[in-house]
Design a protein around this ligand. Structure first.
Ligand SMILES: Nc1nc2c(c(=O)[nH]1)N[C@H]1C(S)=C(S)[C@@H](COP(=O)(O)O)O[C@H]1N2
Ligand SMILES: [Mo]
Length: 235
C-alpha cells in the first residue's frame, strides 16, 4: 500500500515509476515569514538535526492502517532554527514538482505540485516529525525520499512526501486534497471515528499486515498529546 499520486494512483508497483525521482543531490528550503531562512542538502540536514527513531501509527483516510518505525527529527527543531516571525500562523509543505516525471502516469486534473499545511501550533507539536528514513534505513523513493512529513494524529494524506520547500505563511494555505475535493478532504483531517468520510465510515480501520479490523481511535490514539490544539469545529 503506497500512495504517491504523482507516480501512480493505484497503490502498487509505484516503486517502478518512482525510481525516476532524482533524490541526490536534493535541497530543501525553509522560508517565508521567518527571521532565518535556511537551505539544506540532505547531508547537511541530518548533520544539523540528530536523528531519532519514532514508532508511530499511520492511518490512511481510506481506512488502512499500519505501524512504522520512522527515522528523523521533530519538525519543532527546524522551526526553532528558522525563527518564525510573529505573523506566521501556518506552515506549508511542498513536494518536488515532478511534472516531467508525472508524464509517466499523467494524473491530470489535480492541483500539482502536492502541497500540505498545518497550523504553526500543530507543526510545533512534539509529535510532528520530519522523516529521512524508516526501519533503520533511508526512505525508499516511493515512500517519500529523501525527506517527508509525518503527522501521526491526522489522516495520511497530510504527511507530504519528498519535500523541497517548507514555508511559513499568514493564511491557511491551499492543500492538495482539499483543493482537489474540499467536500471529501478537509484541511485539518484529524483522525476521528465519529466523522465519516462522505463515501465510507471511519468507525473502524484495518491493519495492512494482518488485515485485522479494529476500532478507529480519535486522533489516531494521540489525543493525550494533541487534543488541546482543537476546539472541535476543525474539519
Ligand atoms: N507527495 C505526495 N505525498 C503523499 C501522497 C501523495 O500522493 N503524494 N499520499 C499521501 C497519502 S494519502 C498517504 S496515506 C501517505 C502514504 O505514505 P506511504 O505510501 O509511505 O505509506 O502519503 C501521503 N503523502
Ligand atoms: Mo492516505
Amino acid at each position: 500500500h503506497v500512495n504517491y499520486y504523482e507516480f501512480n494512483p493505484y497503490k502498487s508497483g509505484t516503486w517502478r515509476k518512482a525510481a525516476a525521482l532524482p533524490v541526490s543531490p536534493w535541497e530543501i528550503a525553509i522560508g517565508g515569514l521567518v527571521d532565518r531562512p535556511l537551505k539544506y542538502s540532505i547531508d547537511d540536514l541530518v548533520k544539523a538535526f540528530p536523528l531519532e527513531e519514532r514508532i508511530y501509527r499511520h492511518r490512511c483516510v481510506e481506512t488502512w492502517a499500519m505501524v512504522v518505525p520512522w527515522l528523523g527529527f521533530p519538525l519543532r527543531k527546524l522551526i526553532e532554527a528558522v525563527q518564525p516571525k510573529s505573523n506566521a500562523k501556518f506552515v506549508r509543505f511542498t513536494t518536488a514538482d515532478t511534472e516531467e516525471l508525472c508524464r509517466i502516469a499523467p494524473p491530470s486534473g489535480f492541483p500539482w505540485p502536492y502541497r500540505e499545511g498545518l497550523t504553526l501550533a500543530e507543526a510545533s507539536n512534539e509529535l510532528a516529525f520530519l522523516a529521512v528514513g524508516f526501519y533503520g534505513e533511508r526512505l525508499f523513493k516511493q515512500n517519500g525520499a529523501p525527506v517527508r512529513l509525518v503527522v501521526p494524529w491526522k489522516y495520511g494524506f497530510k504527511s507530504a512526501k519528498s519535500l523541497v520547500r517548507i514555508d511559513f505563511v499568514e493564511r491557511q494555505p491551499s492543500t492538495f486534497w482539499n483543493a482537489a475535493d474540499s467536500f471529501e478532504y478537509g484541511f485539518y483531517a484529524n483522525v476521528d471515528p465519529e466523522k465519516p468520510h462522505p463515501r465510507w465510515s471511519q468507525a473502524s480501520e484495518w491493519l495492512i499486515d494482518t488485515r485485522e479490523r479494529r476500532p478507529t481511535e480519535k486522533y489516531n490514539g494521540y489525543g493525550k498529546w494533541v487534543a488541546h490544539l482543537y476546539r472541535g469545529d476543525e474539519v
